[in-house]
Design a binder for this molecule. Structure first.
Ligand SMILES: [Zn+2]
Length: 459
């Protein structure tokens, strides 16, 4: 028997350990991990000497081709592949009417899923979807079963902006999510606190971007998280706190995350390595919500990642150009920042090189935990029987990040000029090379829609 590919000579990283081993791939799946001489001959032999062989990154929080984001599936997933990301979860937005909307009529979640599935035909990596609820219309609950049948097993809800839901409606959502064993994904910031502060600063003419983080304070994030996680716990719903940015919010989640509880949360790469000085140094470019916080909050992200209350690191990738962000007061800037291409190298440099976290830790928070949390059993691990989504990572190669290299349409990077040690050299999606030697070689359309399962959180 001959298999398609064997990757030999590298160091395989699992959730528990690192081992010198080869990986055999056939028909898109991993069929063996072990000494080279016990694995079958291969049509293609790939030499991974001096490199780490890791599962592809599973990024459960990206914005592609739709609300807020200029990237097409092709540009975003090219950036993703260059950054070692082999699966991601995008959002299917229930269309609403309002100042922040791009739609002229209201729409259903099922229409939104249909729309995104059509567009993702140009994807290079595998993509799944969350459903984003934007309106307090109980008719949406009639769609929930069909949405889950479509492989969309998580519902994103907001407490802020015009799409923010009241506590009463949120409470109802949690009951409906719990009934179906699905996942509630929460953006938590207390809307009236943030709106009042922003209006006041605006009236006072405080247009310097250093005022932006003060308009969306850490306690506002913690307040909304506390209400939401308390209601989710009462309802017995799986709760996932998205883009946790500060010590106060992480502490709230920690309080509710007891043995057997259904509370999980992520932070994003930028909250682990940037602090609020970026608003002085980079102006409007880092305007995202929640904002980049104080240095102590960066420390808190690692404390809570270390003890497990935060179990996932995502990007919250949003592609915009400088022109969408700069040239006006902070309140006129669009929200969001791109990060798919830089997330693994930047987080690796911060967590492993600077802070001494292990490679298995890196694999857990960027690959295995997001896959398990969101019902992607064939992803995020290097084990026989799973998809051959694999990254070859050179832990010693040093390079300088610049937006000139962006495959995303975004024309800036929050990490411009940062030198990092460690580089993605090759990315395989279901056994096919999508990036080779740092160059995209994949074909748009190779990516598949990920029909997700209802995840089991009892492990
Ligand atoms: Zn987001």
């Amino acid at each position: 028997m001959t298999v398609d590919t064997v990757i030999s000579g590298g160091t395989v990283v699992t959730t528990e350990r690192m081992l010198d081993a080869s990986v055999a791939i056939d028909a898109g799946r991993i069929v063996g991990v072990g000494e080279r001489d016990v694995l079958p001959p291969a049509a293609t032999e790939i030499d991974a000497s001096g490199k780490l062989v890791m599962p592809g990154v599973v990024d459960p929080h990206v914005h592609i081709d739709g609300y807020l984001s200029l990237d097409s599936y092709e540009t975003a997933t090219s950036a993703a592949a260059l950054g070692g990301v082999t699966s991601c979860l995008n959002f299917a937005w229930q269309a609403w009417i309002g100042e922040l909307s791009i739609w002229e009529t209201e729409g259903t979640v099922l229409e939104a899923i249909e729309r995104q599935k059509r567009k993702m035909s140009e994807s290079l990596i595998d993509v799944g979807l969350h459903a984003s609820l934007t309106r307090e219309d109980p008719a949406v609950f009639e769609e929930f079963d069909a949405v889950i049948d479509e492989g969309v097993t998580s519902f994103k809800i907001f407490t802020a902006y015009e799409i923010g839901l009241s506590n009463g409606f949120l409470n109802h959502v949690f009951e409906q999510v719990a009934e179906r064993d699905a996942v509630a994904v929460l953006h938590t910031e207390d809307d009236s606190v943030c709106e009042e502060l922003a209006a006041r600063f605006k009236a006072e003419g405080r247009d310097d971007p250093t005022w932006y983080p003060k308009s969306r304070p850490d306690y506002a994030e913690a307040m909304a998280a506390e209400d939401a996680v308390r209601m989710a716990t009462e309802a017995g719903a799986k709760y996932y706190g998205i883009h946790t940015s500060c010590r106060k919010a992480a502490a709230v989640l920690d309080e509710f995350r007891t043995d057997g509880s259904l509370v999980r949360a992520e932070t994003c790469t930028h909250y682990t390595t940037l602090d609020e000085s970026v608003y002085h140094d980079q102006g409007n470019l880092p305007i995202i919500a929640p904002p980049i916080r104080a240095p102590d909050d960066v420390e808190a992200m690692f404390e809570y990642l270390g003890q497990g209350t935060l179990s996932v690191v995502s990007t919250d990738h949003v592609a915009q150009n400088r022109a969408d962000k700069e040239g006006g007061p902070w309140w006129d800037s669009l929200l969001g920042a791109n990060g798919l291409q830089t997330s693994l190298p930047v987080f690796h440099d911060e967590a492993v090189n600077r802070r001494g976290f292990s490679y298995p830790f890196l694999v857990r928070v960027m690959c295995t935990n997001p896959a398990r949390t969101f019902g992607l059993p064939g992803k995020g691990t290097i084990e026989p029987g799973t998809d051959a989504d694999i990254v070859l990572f050179d832990p010693n190669e040093t390079y300088t990040i610049t937006a000139d290299d962006n495959a995303s349409v975004a024309d800036y990077s929050l990490y411009e000029g940062r030198e990092v040690i460690g580089k993605v050299t090759d990315t395989f999606v279901r056994g096919e090379p999508v990036v080779t030697d740092g160059t995209v070689v994949g074909t748009p359309g190779h990516g598949e829609y990920i029909h997700r399962e209802l995840p089991d959180w009892n492990h």
